[in-house]
Design a binder for this molecule. Structure first.
Ligand SMILES: *Cc1c(COP(=O)(O)O)cnc(C)c1O
Ligand SMILES: [Zn+2]
Length: 403
């Protein structure tokens, strides 16, 4: 058996194909590239039973990942995050079968570790020595730390008001870190120029094809954890949309492999954004295939502040194909939801995760989610990475006071 059944890269827009054994970024037509596997060949050799003997990390699915030689794997043990039921919050929302997939407990405290683990491993396999990326914080933190583990250098540019913890993670890893007085799109322009001038390996969102493969493991895990029975709805806080595209890709591959039976319905995928940055929601409401740049975007859910995603057409496609939806929520309300989640279930989720829970509540209120449906919310990171979003008055005592 082979370690990976990767076949080649292909363009979802113009169908042109590329090799997965040399450096490739975007298609000549400008579209991101996706990874194709020899699924028919794999289906003959492999059944999900084999997984039972494997370690609980995302490399348990190595046949469906792009790294061809095990010695190139760069891992901190990422993956197989808990799928937790939320009965009290679910009852409060009128969704008794509410579940959270908790990415807050993964190395680096956000699901970006999945993309970084697979992306850095594949970069190592391709002989990359120095990578570069713009980031809103969590991706830069994950990629710079995994790059350090791979003895690779990294150049990271992030907005000056990105969460300070993510800045510290990058700095501590030894990355060449810069802050830009602007948005991630401004950081992106500076990175693009540096990539051209200095020959750095560009790992901007979807400009390298392998990050999505790491993120897709959320979908495979979810299916495995539910014993290959798909939920009715999956809600995902959407910035670049890589996780949502990845989950959709994973479920399609599992169907092709026959691990998910053909007659099972795909979950309806819901892309959740903040009202302060909702390009996908605007496009979906108009039935469009691509989004427009969202001017002056602003939200405390920093990970989903992406005014124009390069893979927007893939996100919208996944929503249309699954009869999903896109919904925007208010920052003030998502903070209230974050507090309710902690009080009902003891979980301190990140603002992006709270946005997705709030969206579940709204979609239940307007009947888009039915009471009996099984609903999975992705909490994409740990609340403790964003200490400044919580503002609760606490009484102070002097020594000797009583309460
Ligand atoms: C990056 C990020 C997101 C958005 O992820 P995409 O897959 O790029 O849409 C959501 N939540 C958190 C915490 C993030 O860091
Ligand atoms: Zn193309």
């Amino acid at each position: 058996m082979k370690y990976s059944y990767v076949s080649h890269l292909y363009c979802p827009k113009c169908s042109k194909t590329y090799s997965a054994e040399e450096e490739n970024h975007l298609c000549t037509c400008g579209s991101p590239l996706l990874v194709e596997y020899n699924l028919d060949e794999l289906a003959v050799h492999f059944t999900p039973d084999v997984l039972k003997q494997r370690a609980p990390d995302l490399w348990r699915y190595h046949e469906l990942l792009p790294v061809q030689h095990k010695e190139n794997v760069v891992s901190l043990g990422e993956g197989m995050t808990p799928l937790v039921d939320f009965p009290s919050l679910g009852e409060d929302m009128g969704i008794p079968r509410l579940l959270m997939k908790d990415e807050g407990v993964i190395p680096t405290g956000a699901f970006k570790a999945r993309g970084a683990a697979v992306g850095v491993s594949k970069a190592k396999e391709l002989g990359v020595k120095e990578l570069a990326m713009p980031t809103n914080g969590n991706a830069g933190a994950a990629w710079s730390l995994y790059a350090a583990r791979a003895q690779m250098s990294s150049t990271i540019i992030m907005p000056i008001d990105a969460p300070s913890i993510t800045r510290n993670e990058c700095a501590l890893s030894g990355a060449n870190l810069f802050l830009v007085n602007g948005l991630i799109s401004d950081a992106g322009k500076i990175v693009a120029e540096a990539v051209k001038e200095k020959g750095l390996y560009d790992v901007s969102t979807l400009k390298e094809p392998y990050r999505i493969e790491g993120k897709k493991t959320m979908g495979i895990e979810l299916a495995e954890q539910l014993n290959w029975q798909l939920p009715d709805v999956i809600l995902y806080p959407t910035g670049g949309g890589v996780g949502l595209i990845g989950i959709y890709k994973a479920l399609q591959e599992l169907k092709q492999l026959g691990w998910i039976s053909a007659e099972q319905k795909m979950p309806r995928l819901a892309a959740v954004q903040s009202e302060g940055c909702a390009p996908i929601v605007d496009a979906w409401k108009k039935g469009e295939k691509e989004s427009s740049f969202f001017e002056n975007s602003e939200t405390i859910a920093f990970g989903i502040n992406v005014p124009k995603a390069i893979g927007d057409f893939l996100v919208l496609d996944a929503i249309y194909e699954t009869n999903g939806c896109a919904i925007a929520v208010k920052d003030e309300e998502l903070l209230e939801e974050q507090e309710r989640i902690a009080r009902f279930e003891g979980s301190f989720v990140c603002p992006e995760g709270a946005a997705a829970f709030l969206a579940a509540r709204k979609l239940r209120e307007d009947g888009w989610i039915k009471e009996e449906e099984q609903v999975v919310v992705l909490n994409t990171g740990a609340g403790i990475k964003y200490p400044d979003t919580v503002d609760i008055e606490v009484p102070t005592l002097e020594p000797g006071d009583s309460i």
